[in-house]
Design a protein around this ligand. Structure first.
Ligand SMILES: Nc1ncnc2c1ncn2[C@@H]1O[C@H](COP(=O)(O)OP(=O)(O)OP(=O)(O)O)[C@@H](O)[C@H]1O
Ligand SMILES: [Mg+2]
Length: 236
């Protein structure tokens, strides 16, 4: 079976800035792949290149065996890829429910109801605050809304950019537990995280990105035991 995501020799950047310099990566069906690395390593750029927001200058992206290199982002979203972007990007002037409706716009009425119940079960807050404006939610609540909105599109591949950034430890733990639950339900996840320890505990496999290149990759447990990874990303 083809991997859900296969990236070959991917290059991308911003004018003279080469943010990705030949990335090779495979994510299998049902996996959680963690992507760790310092600020500016190219993690967000990689996610944005996969989902068509940044155009690659070389290399290929295959999704479920199809070449999706450089396609429009709505097009890949329609094929079952959803992104929880860095900094959340919810619709601040829409209510919580309207934000979720935007995520689920492609679903049938019956499916919409089913997914909404599931998302509201994962995050009861989203049902209690259904009529509150997105922009007035707290940071942690906005993150939950961003995840909920992505889930409403029924993704088979979920790209998550720093879901725990800026959140209190208790809320972060809740988010990680929910990521695990989403994965248990069958969604493949590519997870970018500053909290390398939490990401490695959650993931099956992981890779480290450094100035646009993958410098270490492997089984998440092995990565946790790797002295170089420990020193650079796990605080020794
Ligand atoms: N819109 C942009 N225009 C120009 N350069 C950019 C742009 N976005 C990112 N870059 C540069 O590309 C490189 C990779 O940035 P990217 O945001 O992918 O890193 P990151 O690994 O996500 O970092 P962080 O952990 O800080 O989020 C950096 O050198 C950054 O300055
Ligand atoms: Mg980033």
């Amino acid at each position: 079976m083809a991997p859900v995501l296969e990236i070959k020799g991917l290059h991308a950047g911003y004018g003279p800035i080469k943010a990705l310099r030949g990335i090779d990566l495979e994510v299998g069906k049902g996996e959680i792949m963690a992507l760790i690395g310092s600020n500016g390593a190219g993690k967000s750029t990689l996610l944005m290149t996969i989902c068509g927001i940044v155009k690659p200058t070389a290399g290929k992206v295959f999704y479920e065996g199809r070449d999706v290199t450089g396609i429009q982002s709505y097009n890949i979203m329609n094929q079952g890829v959803a992104q929880v972007p860095e900094g959340r990007r919810i619709f601040p002037r829409m209510t919580v429910l309207e934000n979720l409706q935007m995520g689920g716009a492609k679903l049938s009425v019956a499916e919409f109801g089913r997914y909404l119940s599931w998302v509201q079960e994962l995050f009861p807050m989203l049902s209690e605050r259904a009529q509150q404006l997105g922009g007035t939610l707290s940071g942690g609540e906005q993150q939950m809304l961003a995840i909920g909105r992505a889930l409403m599109s029924k993704p088979r591949l979920l790209l998550m950019d720093e879901p725990s950034l800026g959140l209190a430890p208790l809320i972060s733990r809740r988010i990680f537990a929910i990521i695990e639950e989403i994965n248990r339900r069958g969604t493949t996840i590519l997870l970018v995280e500053q909290n390398a320890y939490a990401a490695l505990r959650l993931a099956n496999r992981a890779c480290v990105l450094s100035t646009g290149e993958i410098v270490v990759s492997g089984d998440a447990q092995e990565m946790m035991d790797n002295p170089e990874v420990q020193e650079a990303y796990l605080g020794g």
